[in-house]
Design a protein around this ligand. Structure first.
Ligand SMILES: *Cc1c(COP(=O)(O)O)cnc(C)c1O
Length: 391
């Protein structure tokens, strides 16, 4: 497909696939671990599916194109992609990382990388002074999530990238919440974009997958080497499901974002809600920065209820969203960070970061907005009545 095509067109046609033999409009799933070599002297493009597989290749080229990078890599999960990117580091290196990073990323940085003498410092990335002050002589990577999980803090990507470049550091951006439809960090100068493709990219809660996209050939060689050496590649059936899910990414995300904005506006006005975290609200402290680097606010928001009891009453009465971990699907997903995504974080750490026992995260799906609003209203009413009885 031409590089000039709009994002939506690329989503549907990027794989450009029409089977040369049958005319099939979708690629075959190449269930083959090994490939016959027709020449004694020369190995063909594919030899063994850990190193490369034709179905996976279509997915990897597609995500590279969508993110505007030189190469893409598919992994068996978002954490496999993130962990593999960290394997570019060596003992003695230091990582500067967003303090409200995804719980699994917190776990690998604090409990695994430390065993390999890779150090880290958590900083509030919304504050560029803290970022600049956190840099050490051995800092190699600045690791950013924006909007962050679960409080949707916004990091100024250009600001962080500028500091990183001035200090010879790489910038890794976890772009799971935005996807390349809304935000393209490589265009702003980031070096590696990471995804839990389990979320919006696949979109149907049916695949666990990770993707990495790099901005130049040098990083492509290094990440490709690690992908093959460490071997946490994505299986071919999941590559195919992910390719299928991605075709509808833009329509899903546009619709869900619109509904998310309506729900955020509703929650802001609700007496029981103490705080709403959504970068689509003009009251969000990161509103201007977010909209200067992304095309929309996305479909994830969080909100704070007074305490654990109210939260429990709300969750037990809400009917439409599933109460589960994960996000970015056709069905709305309500999560409780304290015991779900951030269970790996000690309570004091969690509360210090503002993730109190009253915080819920909502990933908005494709249900009708009126149904969701009505459902939230009725369950909040029950939570209010419950709150009154315990006071
Ligand atoms: C889910 C998630 C991950 C981890 O991805 P998995 O596919 O679950 O391994 C990483 N970062 C963010 C922001 C996520 O939401």
């Amino acid at each position: 497909m031409g590089i000039h095509h709009a994002f939506d067109t690329k989503l549907v046609h990027r794989s450009g696939y029409i089977d040369g033999v049958t005319g099939a409009v979708n690629p075959p799933i190449h269930y083959s671990s090994t490939f016959h070599q027709s020449s004694f002297n020369q190995i063909g493009e594919f030899d063994y599916s850990r190193s490369g597989n034709p179905t996976r290749k279509i997915l990897e080229e597609t995500i590279a194109d969508l993110e505007g990078g030189t190469a893409g890599f598919a992994f068996s999960s978002g954490m496999a992609a993130i962990s593999s990117a960290f394997m570019l580091l060596s003992a003695g290196d230091h990582v500067l990382i967003s303090q409200d990073v995804y719980g699994g990323t917190y776990r690998i940085v604090t409990e695994v990388l430390t065993r390999f003498q890779i150090e880290h410092t958590f900083v509030d990335m919304t504050d560029l002074d803290q970022v600049a002050q956190g840099i050490r002589p051995n800092t190699k990577v600045l690791y950013v999530e924006t909007p962050s999980n679960p409080l949707l803090h916004i990091t100024d990507l250009k600001g962080v990238i500028k500091i990183a470049k001035a200090n010879g550091c790489l910038v890794f951006v976890d772009n799971t919440f935005m996807t390349p439809f809304l935000q393209r960090p490589l265009d702003l100068g980031a070096d590696i974009v990471l995804h839990s493709a389990t979320k919006f990219l696949s979109g149907h809660s049916d695949v666990v997958a990770g993707l990495a996209v790099v901005k130049n050939d040098d990083l492509a060689k290094k990440v490709g080497f690690i992908q093959n050496a460490f071997g946490s590649v994505l299986g071919v059936q999941d590559c195919w499901l992910l390719l299928r899910g991605m075709k509808t990414l833009s329509v899903r995300l546009q619709q869900s974002s619109k509904t998310a904005e309506q729900i955020a506006t509703f929650l802001v006005k609700h007496p029981l809600i103490e705080e709403v975290f959504y970068p689509g609200l003009t009251s969000h402290p990161g509103y201007a920065i977010h909209h200067s680097q992304a095309k929309g606010a996305g479909a994830v928001l969080s909100f704070r209820l007074p305490d654990r009891e109210c939260t429990k009453a709300f969750v037990e009465n809400v009917r439409i969203p599933v109460f589960a971990v994960s996000l970015g699907a056709v069905e709305s997903i309500l999560s409780y960070p304290a015991t779900m995504s951030h269970a790996a974080m000690p309570k004091e750490e969690r509360e210090r970061r503002g993730i109190t026992d009253g915080v819920l995260r909502l990933s908005v799906g494709l249900e009708h907005v009126d149904d969701l609003l009505e459902d939230f209203e009725q369950s909040l009413q029950k939570a209010i009545r419950f709150a009154a009885t315990i006071k």
